[in-house]
Design a protein around this ligand. Sequence first.
Ligand SMILES: C[S@@+](CC[C@H](N)C(=O)[O-])C[C@H]1O[C@@H](n2cnc3c(N)ncnc32)[C@H](O)[C@@H]1O
Length: 337
Amino acid sequence: MATVAEPSKEAFINLLSQINENEFHDFDAFVRSALDEYHGQLHHHGDDNAEDIEMEDHDGSFQPVNDLKMVRLGRIIKELRTKLPLSAEAPEEKTMIPDSEEFKDFTEKNTVHVDGFLFSEEDVDEICDEGKLSRNYCLDCQSRNVAPLNFISHSASVLQLQFLYQVALADKTKGKVIVDVGSRLGAVLYTGYLFTAAKKLIGVEINDWFCNLQRDMAKKYKMDDRIEVVSKDIQQVPELLQQADIVVMNNVFQFFNDLSTQQKIWKYIRTETMKKPGLLLVTLPSLQEQLKEAGLSQKLLKGWVKEVKLNYEAGWFQDIHEDELEEIRQVHLYKIL
Ligand SMILES: C[S@@+](CC[C@H](N)C(=O)[O-])C[C@H]1O[C@@H](n2cnc3c(N)ncnc32)[C@H](O)[C@@H]1O
């Protein structure tokens, strides 16, 4: 006797037979993420926290970086500062303030973009002292009534990158392929080149202007033997995620895509990375936070990743103050199951 599902199965097989080879990859990703979502909703019991995400301890290894490499990095940063405005935005670049609880008080007027790779907190203080930037804005044009401006960075800071390569990935990069999704100024690529013996560092960036900047810099600083920059939307190049041993994602989508696009890309990232068990994923901030900000369920983490618990407080770097500790706490490491 035919079951209720038989007509649906037949309809599905008919549908499959209509899809040509070029479209199959897209359709496959769509079906997988639709099924994931269906299961997520079906088994959702109202408890949307990720307390039950699998965890393992980090091995505690540390990779030193010599002063010469820091000097080379300093030269790159100095040159980038001359090529970019203080906000480090590309000409005509459009960013958006996320429509979420965290950014509810942020407006175009009270928000400034200052790049965290090009300028440390101390640099920003200096720039403010020089009068080139203000920490406050006037609420009603009476000079005493001021409120602090919100600072946003679209790059990882040098300290975050040191923690990422020297601690989180310490002994895991030799001979590996690292892909930075949304590589922007190239911060993850240049530091990866200097701090690791990775075989290849690939940056994927949707903004052509930034791609050309990264290529020029990699060439000028003789890093183009291991650095490659791909000028594409990550959704168009799933093969790069298959090639990668390590994928880095620093808040790639939130300021650059509307919510529904963010959700679509996260589901795509999940589907594609799941094809590579053992792949390491480094995110800033945590995946938990990024999924939440994108309005997605924490249930997506289940069956996708295991978190490698990092120790932020072990005194890896000298003279770190609380703000800087907060910066490195953004770095999270996961292993694809
Ligand atoms: C927050 S920045 C990260 C910069 C860099 N990875 C770092 O850590 O310093 C995110 C970058 O991702 C790019 N981007 C946004 N959506 C993208 C997509 N779908 N594919 C590729 N790049 C994207 C943006 O243009 C932006 O330059």
